[in-house]
Design a protein around this ligand. Structure first.
Ligand SMILES: [Zn+2]
Length: 336
């Protein structure tokens, strides 16, 4: 199936042009000039995007690369058997055969709501809001923002359930989108600052695409969150855009490692578990939409411009261990 929907291409073009002109498209402001924030430790300067290319239709060779199982689990497809059943990568990263599933079409972008389920809630706010829940809401809103301008999107999970990093990575590399963003909210700041403490990690092995994607997402998110007027944001000293390297010289974060070959970024939008004020912001629809719009704009600018992004800092020297996302003791949910 090549160019399955001619309408799609024109919708996409219109959407991108609308974005470039700062015109509202279905209520979404994807490309309007964003505020400039030159003060504060991040030294972020957001600039109006300049469209230099449009996004073509997704190339789909008709080979099923991922499916949604009858129980709503998204899974990478390893192979399709002669009887039509699928060999898929389960949430615990095991190969499992399922008789029936709904194919996931090829997409421009894959979004990953970080963490999931009781076994991996991520950071937890003082009022009990989990990062797993919040990341899913923001990812769904980001998907809607992108789709409104003709950018097709798949999510790695659509429910609050456990999904190993290996299974997430399998979905990403299988679908091979033009961009991949893993959406998170942070914990463990070491100070506060007057500007948002947003962090975006890129892949060690991709200093061009992954780095620019991370820089553009950072630029948009910091500019968007700054409009909330919060006076004191949670921060860690190395906030900004960076790599974090493991002992072997590869990406410390498993999701970036497992997504190797696809331009990828992991964004820690803001801190969920530090102050009541910041958590209260993250409980509002308004700020969630602000985050989603910003991530979407960053992705669209990555796909349509050569803008460099900003907020780059040196490699992270964090020592705290990341937790969750492994397959040890993992119990797969019913898949059919
Ligand atoms: Zn996280």
């Amino acid at each position: 199936m090549r160019q399955r929907t001619p309408r799609f291409a024109s919708a996409l073009l219109l959407g991108v042009l609308a974005a470039a002109c700062g015109v509202q498209s279905k209520g979404v402001e994807l490309g309007g000039p964003v505020p400039t924030t030159e003060s504060g430790p991040s030294r972020t300067t957001a600039v109006a995007p300049s469209t230099t290319r449009t996004i073509g239709p997704v190339v789909d060779d008709g080979v099923v690369k991922a499916v949604v199982t009858p129980t709503g689990v998204v899974a990478a497809v390893r192979s399709v058997r002669a009887d039509g059943s699928y060999v898929v990568v389960s949430p615990c990263a095991r190969e499992v055969t399922i008789a029936k599933a709904t194919p996931v079409p090829r997409v421009h972008v894959v979004l990953d709501p970080g963490h999931g389920g009781a076994a991996d809630p991520g950071s937890v706010g003082k009022s009990g809001l989990t990062e797993a829940q919040l990341n899913l809401v923001v990812a769904e809103l980001t998907k809607a923002e992108l789709e409104a301008v003709g950018v097709s999107v798949a999510l790695t999970r659509t429910t609050n359930s456990y999904l190993s990093l290996a299974a997430r990575g399998a979905i990403v590399t299988s679908l091979a989108p033009a961009a991949f963003v893993s959406i998170h909210h942070n914990g463990g700041p070491n100070r506060t600052a007057p500007t948002p403490g947003t962090e975006v990690y890129y892949q060690v092995a991709d200093e061009v695409r992954s780095k620019r994607l991370a820089g553009l997402v950072h630029e948009e998110v910091v500019a968007a969150l700054a409009t909330t007027g919060l006076a004191s944001w949670s921060w860690y000293d190395d906030a900004g855009v960076k790599v974090r390297v493991n002992d072997q010289g590869g990406d410390y974060y498993g999701i970036l490692r497992h997504a190797a070959g696809v331009p990828s970024a992991l964004v820690e939008l803001a801190y969920l578990s530090a102050t009541a004020e910041e958590e209260a912001l993250l409980r509002t629809d308004e700020v969630r939409r602000l985050e989603a719009g910003a991530v979407a704009r960053g992705i669209v600018r990555f796909l349509t411009t050569d803008d460099p992004g900003s907020g780059y800092v040196g490699p992270s020297r964090r020592t705290a261990e990341a937790t969750g996302g492994g397959t040890s003791g993992c119990v797969d949910p019913p898949l059919q």
